[in-house]
Write a protein that binds this ligand. Structure first.
Ligand SMILES: O=C(O)[C@@H](CO)OP(=O)(O)O
Ligand SMILES: [Mg+2]
Length: 400
């Protein structure tokens, strides 16, 4: 029994320059952990609620801190997270804010690991974890809600599926990112950057497909292992019911046209990963697409599931996808995130653990991905708040 003895909450900056919540947890025997909440821009309609940082801190200090300090064992993650849920008293963490909840949940996990003298991935995943690493899929070109005057598709993701190690994969993605800049420069296309450090050039989606295809193929030939690519369409942001479908710069696509378009791109570019190809409430459209190309690629639900086991169960029942994106702050605690990963695993749904577009130097998701043997981790390619996670993966690989 190692009780939490102190919790400190403060406002810190995230990578967009917005205020976010950082938590520090200390335990009886001197265990210490620090965690910080990330923040989305293309947030799902059904996500847990982030409150303004100051309000989230005030509410958590009044409700959560007294219920945890001197009461809960830091090494018992379920107890920590159950307490957060109980004191919050809502389904969407609108009581204390999902940002306060996730920061405390992550800080407590790190304090628990520190107390036990274990790396975080092992505290989360157990003794036998650490032998399987996720493929890092890295945003190299993007637009949508993450950059103005760029592609309609939110993210084009380099996917070094044949890399012999996670370290090689991380460096491969950085090389693809660098090669894309050269290709854009050759054509005098401006190399603006989006929120996640991906290039956000003023080009259409068709041109982006070509450039990312060229860059991944060239770097793959150079390094001698397979590098494909994928995308996060963030289609809920494109979908407009009043317009009758998915709104692109060059016109509107109906649901059936969207399914056809995505299937065509999967086949033409041999896509490794397709996230949120349909609107966040369209379990049926997802299912049609999965039926058509689910044998050839990974169809992943992000805004569709929002890391929520009930929504995932609906997707499982309907055959909506073969993958789920996992973002702890979408649901509020690490226990909830692990529950979603496990429900997925029991049903053949692979996990992709993910950052948010607004991030901090926090590295918890690197440990969560290794600790749950997730197939993928989506955490950018360059930029300090992204490399924090990627470099942590390199360190974990060295450790095991
Ligand atoms: O849609 C996504 O998958 C994420 C991360 O890339 O974006 P945001 O954090 O803005 O929701
Ligand atoms: Mg997404």
């Amino acid at each position: 029994m190692t009780l939490i003895t102190d919790i400190t909450l403060r406002r810190i900056l995230d990578s967009r320059g917005n205020a976010t919540v950082e938590a520090e947890v200390t335990t009886e025997a001197g265990g210490f952990g620090r965690g910080a909440a990330p923040s989305g821009a293309s947030t799902g309609e059904h996500e847990a609620l982030e409150l303004p940082a100051e309000e989230a801190i005030e509410k958590a200090e009044a409700e959560a801190v007294p219920a945890l300090v001197g009461e809960v064992d830091a090494t018992d993650q379920r107890a920590v997270d159950d307490t957060l849920r109980e004191v919050d008293g809502t389904d969407d963490f609108s009581g204390i804010g999902a940002n306060s909840a996730v920061a405390i949940s992550m800080a407590a996990a790190k304090a628990g690991a520190d107390e036990l003298g274990l790396p975080l991935f092992q505290h989360l995943g157990g003794t036998f974890r650490g032998d399987q690493f996720p493929t890092p899929i890295g945003n190299v070109v993007g637009g949508g809600e993450h950059a103005e005057e760029a592609t309609n598709i939110q993210e084009f993701l380099s996917a070094p599926v044949g890399a012999p190690s996670v370290t090689e994969a991380v460096f491969a993605n950085a090389k693809v990112h660098a090669r894309i800049k050269e290709l854009l420069n050759e054509e005098d296309i401006p190399t603006n950057k989006g929120d996640e450090g991906a290039w956000a050039p003023p080009i259409g989606d068709a041109k982006a497909f070509e450039i990312v295809d060229q860059a991944t193929s060239e770097i793959s030939d150079k390094l001698g292992f397979e590098i494909g690519f994928g995308m996060d369409m963030a289609a809920a942001e494109l979908y407009d019911e009043d317009e009758g479908g998915y709104v692109y710069d060059d016109g509107v696509k109906s649901t059936d046209e969207q399914i056809e378009y995505v299937a065509e791109m999967v086949r033409e570019y041999d896509l490794e990963f397709v996230e949120d190809p349909m609107d966040e409430n369209d379990f049926e459209g997802f299912a049609k697409l999965t039926d058509e190309v689910g044998d050839e690629t990974v169809i992943c639900g992000d805004d569709l599931y929002v890391t929520n086991v009930e929504r995932l169960q609906t997707g499982i029942d309907k055959g909506s996808s073969n993958s789920i994106l996992i973002k702890p702050n979408q649901i509020g605690t690490l226990s909830d995130a692990v529950d979603a990963i496990e429900l997925g695993a029991e049903n053949g749904i692979v996990a992709a653990v993910s950052h948010r577009s607004g991030e901090t130097e926090d590295t918890t998701i690197a440990h969560l991905a290794v600790g749950t043997a997730a197939d993928f981790i989506k955490t950018g390619t360059v930029a300090g708040e992204r490399t924090a996670k990627l470099n942590e993966l390199i360190r974990i690989e060295e450790q095991v």
